[in-house]
Design a protein around this ligand. Structure first.
Ligand code: AFP
Length: 282
């Protein structure tokens, strides 16, 4: 029996060299905006098109949705893939890290976090790596030029000693309780914030700590999307022994009512997530 999850991982990995190879010539903005009202780079649309085409070629994948398009393509299959084709694409013009993030659901989209059975991200850094999570195990691989995966870490777990943190949004728009929390974190951990969630969360997966994009005074649900960013990154960090939160509970216990719904998003070591939830609920 074909392992559909491994097939999805292989298809995303084999698409990575084409995405990376197509970035240099696609650093300009399209005239269109994405459904969240953000300007789209040509690279966003290019990566989205490649993923849609290749993932829907997999028999058991019945639907594809992404941050870059209004609605779900396809509604008949065993599995559904939700993707952020180029997370951190605004880093392309400054030549900084970006990535591709995806989640595999066993229910039509938008689906509950508990319907998420596998997830992963590709990180376009100095090298191209891929982190995947399924059945409680997180694996890191280097993606070779031919798109194959060379496993470098078969059972990745979050370091117990947290050392780094990164929080998005402008400080004046942070709620007071959150700003107080960050003050305590700043005195304990080192700042690592690069503007691409995948790059920043990989810092946390590698060195321990916490990453977050909070609800803001002018944006109660923050910036990041629950289905395309919240669920898969929570699944990866929780599978690596960490925790996630929307400020109250695990992101995997959250159900989007709309495809492009935003959520406050926090992932990292348990102790920092528990302290955050205690501060925000007091
Ligand atoms: P782009 O994909 O538009 O570059 O946004 C990246 C992102 O969704 C996420 O990866 C970052 O953590 C966050 O937004 C950066 O937001 P700020 O620019 O407000 O710091």
């Amino acid at each position: 029996m074909t392992d559909v999850i491994e097939t999805v991982f292989d298809v995303v990995a084999s698409t990575a060299p084409d995405v990376r190879g197509g970035l240099a010539g696609r650093r300009v903005y399209e005239s269109e905006a994405n459904p969240s009202g953000e300007r789209q780079l040509e690279a966003d649309v290019y990566a989205d098109g490649l993923l849609e085409e290749r993932l829907l070629e997999i028999d058991a994948v019945g639907g594809y949705a992404s941050e870059e398009r209004e609605s779900v393509i396809g509604d008949d299959g065993d599995y559904y893939v939700a993707a952020d084709p180029l997370d951190g694409s605004s880093n392309l013009r400054s030549n900084n890290t970006m990535g591709t993030l995806f989640g595999v659901y066993e229910e039509p989209l938008p689906a509950d976090g508990t319907a998420l059975i596998a997830s992963g991200f590709v990180l376009y850094g100095p090298i191209t790596t891929m982190v995947t999570a399924r059945e409680g195990t997180v694996t890191e691989a280097v993606i070779e030029d031919d798109g194959s995966r060379r496993i470098v870490e078969p059972d990745l777990t979050l370091p117990e000693e947290p050392t780094v943190y990164g929080f998005g949004g402008r400080v004046p728009q942070w709620h007071e309780a959150f700003a107080d929390y960050v003050e305590t974190v700043e005195s304990e951990l080192k700042l690592r914030y690069g503007g691409a969630m995948i790059g920043d969360v990989n810092q946390v997966l590698t060195y321990g700590g916490i990453f977050g994009y909070p609800g803001l005074t002018d944006r109660p649900n923050g910036k990041l999307r629950l289905l395309f960013e919240g669920h898969p990154i929570a699944h990866i960090v929780e599978s690596a022994g960490g925790a996630s939160s929307n400020g109250e509970r695990s992101l995997l216990e959250c159900t989007p009512e709309r495809l492009h719904e935003r959520t406050p998003l926090f992932v990292g070591n348990d102790e920092y997530i528990e302290r955050l939830e205690a501060v925000l609920s007091s």
